[in-house]
Design a protein around this ligand. Structure first.
Ligand SMILES: [Zn+2]
Length: 202
């Protein structure tokens, strides 16, 4: 008896074809690598800042277009800016489809990479281990794209007190789009990453 096909595999958008793959998933340009392995959810600080400043997509690194997607949490709304750079709508859709934090497959942030990795990437994830928050996708236009700066001139992120074309809940809406195959794959990848060998924690 032929095995029923469970669901289609999510493919990255064509513009992201050149991105490296890890475990079958396209690795976002902004994602930090250590020891030949990507750490999903841990961003290269320099790339984050570059993307925000030069209006690049954090996923595929190409210039953002007429519609700019932002992934926004309640804490970001309170802060008035989102520290994660923007994405093309199609890149955002792919990220939501395959990222367990964005699509609700995971309900807690994972513990985060070892301190050495976090230190190297200069990004200590304050969210590690905490319950996942609600995520929304906001879409803005280039004229509404404004950078939030700290008093010392450091790039904080993209301002949220601007005209927003559309807001859409991503965790609830995206959940059915994650294939069983991807969910299993991601669990495997994340489990592997939670106890990397050859790394020492000071
Ligand atoms: Zn993109």
């Amino acid at each position: 008896m032929p095995k029923p096909r469970r669901s289609r595999t999510v493919q990255p958008p064509a513009r992201a074809a050149a991105l490296p793959r890890h475990g079958g998933l396209a690795v976002p340009w902004i994602t930090g690598w250590f020891d030949g392995r990507p750490y999903f959810g841990v961003n290269f600080p320099v790339r984050r800042s570059q993307a925000v400043t030069y209006r690049l997509c954090q996923f595929c690194r190409q210039p953002l277009g007429r519609r700019i997607g932002l992934v926004v949490r309640p804490a970001d709304t309170s802060a008035g800016y989102v520290d994660e750079p923007g994405m093309h709508p199609e890149c955002l859709d792919y990220a939501v489809a395959v990222c367990p934090m964005l699509n609700g497959a995971m309900d807690h942030y994972r513990s985060g990479p070892p301190a050495t990795v976090a230190g190297l990437l200069a990004s200590t994830p304050a969210r590690a281990g905490k319950p996942a928050e609600a995520y929304e996708a906001w879409f803005i236009t280039p004229s509404g794209y404004e950078i939030a700066y700290a008093a010392d001139g450091m790039v904080l992120g993209i301002r949220l007190d601007v005209p927003v074309l559309m807001k859409r809940p991503v965790r609830a809406a995206a959940h059915p789009r994650l294939t069983d195959e991807h969910a299993a794959l991601l669990r495997q990848v994340l489990a592997l990453e939670s106890s990397p060998e050859g790394l020492t924690t000071p």
